[in-house]
Design a protein around this ligand. Structure first.
Ligand code: 5AD
Ligand code: SF4
Length: 487
């Protein structure tokens, strides 16, 4: 995290000229300061703080992006509001991976308009994957003209500059880029948790799975330099972080396009050496790129968590081919065997899509077969969602909704039954738990996670938050546990 002191220092060096620097991140520091001055004036006028609320939809990448937005907002002088309705600056960081995520945004916008009418200082910004779709931006400009700012995934680093533009121009600012090679380092960021953090290791995706919109909205694969990643993690650790989650759409192809190529396994080996860091997680792994070298590093590591998220998508080799996944059912099962041999107590989780165009009952049974054979510790199951612009959207043999729904229910039942059995098997064991928060329902309990990512509730108070403690798993409730700390 770059502290306020540090960016202030950098800003002071450029303050004399009123011409914005052309290099990043200096240019953004300049605009942060500019907005801060406007915000300070407004605060004085109103006699109250100005507040913000970010609303994050979608995946962990978006969650991490939102932390960066929050860092910039704080640096610009905004304070966090409890709710969107009372905030002076509302930012929706959107997702478009499935259709229902889009509908949520339109619903919220309509609702917020009423509050904006009552609070003339309220600004609304939209960013994230959904904004990379031309049709979406057209619709917002047409039907939601009260939105102040629209930007995309490639220029999120320009948030301060774009905010300054809105404040100066007092009209809607739209800035969407088609793509970028740029990775801007050292911008402010505000972690949600003191003791753990997501760390981007790469951006974008080159795989073009035929159902998926991500490569179109997040652009081509770009890896951060290993030294930047290590530097950031070291700074986090110095600031109290003990667990990192390395983030990328396909972490297994990390580093291939760097000037000096580095494999993901090599990166992990370097991260493992960071003193004070205790847990390393990563996601997402594409089965086609998961190397033996990585399995070996995982098997020897003391810090890499016993959890692998390995999206299957479908168990039918025929469908996998049309999905453009580059592995078949047998290869996937062989890979799982290999991983389990090397890391016997590893939890394996997955993503599965039901109702991909042309999926027959036989194809679906293949998926059920893989589910029964792998016995996932948990699985995210999705109904296929048609994304305009992807090859699958143009396929003629879309599966009728009623059939998909029935298959989905069958799959979910199977997945949940197996997950419950797998979780039950750990009952009675003592395992380490990283305590993350006070329990939302019962404040005499705290909630944390095992290395394998399962959730555990145990008696305790705020002092335990951010600590790794040994816990006996006393009772399993399907997919979470009640436990007791062993002292
Ligand atoms: N429909 C349904 N699920 C999808 N996913 C990606 N695209 C689609 C789609 N068009 C799922 C995949 C991916 C997860 C993040 O979202 O399972 O792994
Ligand atoms: Fe989408 Fe496939 Fe890339 Fe994952 S690997 S983001 S499913 S295109």
């Amino acid at each position: 995290m770059i502290e306020e002191k540090k960016w202030k220092e950098i800003f002071n060096n450029i303050e004399d000229s009123d011409v914005p620097p052309t290099t990043e991140p200096e240019r953004q520091y300049y605009y942060i300061e500019k907005v801060r001055q406007i915000v300070d004036r407004k605060k004085e006028e109103l006699g109250r703080p100005l507040t913000y609320k970010t609303v994050t939809l979608g995946c962990q990448m978006n969650a991490r992006d939102s932390e960066k937005l929050c860092g910039t907002l704080k640096a610009m002088g905004y304070e966090e509001a409890e709710t969107e309705e009372t905030a002076d600056f509302v930012i929706y960081n959107t997702c478009t991976v499935r259709e229902n995520a889009n509908n949520k945004v339109y619903g919220r916008l309509g609702y917020l308009n009423g509050f904006k009418k009552k609070n003339p200082h309220m600004m609304i910004a939209l960013c994230g994957c959904m904004m990379q779709e031309e049709k979406v931006v057209e619709k917002i400009c047409r039907s939601y003209p009260f939105v102040d700012l629209i930007f995309g995934t490639h220029n999120i680093f320009k948030f301060a500059e774009l905010t300054a533009n809105v404040l100066e121009q007092q009209k809607m600012v739209v800035d969407i880029w088609d793509g970028t090679d740029q990775i801007v380092e050292k911008l402010p960021n505000e972690r949600k948790f003191r003791f753990k953090s997501g760390v981007n290791i790469m951006f974008g995706c080159n795989n073009f799975c035929s159902y998926c919109i991500v490569p179109y909205v997040r652009g081509r694969e770009r890896s951060r330099k290993p030294e930047e990643i290590i530097r950031e993690i070291r700074e986090f650790v110095a600031d109290g972080v003990i667990e990192v989650m390395l983030l990328g759409q396909n972490v297994n192809s990390y580093g291939k396009n760097l000037e000096h190529p580095v494999s993901f396994a090599q990166l992990l080996t370097e991260i493992e050496k960071i003193d004070g860091l205790q847990r390393i997680r990563f996601m997402t792994s594409h089965p086609k790129d998961l190397s033996d070298e990585l399995i070996e590093v995982m098997s020897k590591s003391k810090k890499i968590c016993k959890h692998l998220h390995l999206p299957l998508q479908s168990g039918s080799s025929r469908i996998l081919k049309i999905m453009n996944r580059h592995y078949d059912k047998e290869q996937y099962l062989t890979l799982v065997d290999k991983i389990r041999k090397a890391v016997p107590d590893i939890a394996i989780t997955t993503d599965i899509i039901v109702g991909f165009p042309g999926e027959t009952e036989e194809d679906f049974e293949e998926t059920m077969d893989v589910v029964r054979r792998v016995r996932y510790d948990s699985a995210f199951t999705f109904i296929y969602s048609k994304r305009t612009g992807t090859p699958a959207a143009d396929m003629e043999n879309q599966v009728p909704e009623t059939i998909v729904k029935r298959r989905f229910d069958r799959l979910l039942k199977e997945v949940q039954a197996i997950a419950a059995e797998k979780a039950e098997a750990l009952t009675g064991q003592v395992q380490e738990v990283l305590v993350e928060s006070i329990n939302h329902q019962d404040s005499s309990l705290v909630t944390g996670r095992l290395s394998n990512n399962s959730v555990v509730h145990l008696p305790g108070d705020a002092d335990l938050i951010g600590r790794i403690v040994p816990v006996r798993l006393e009772e399993c409730r399907g997919f979470y546990y009640y436990g007791k700390e062993i002292r």
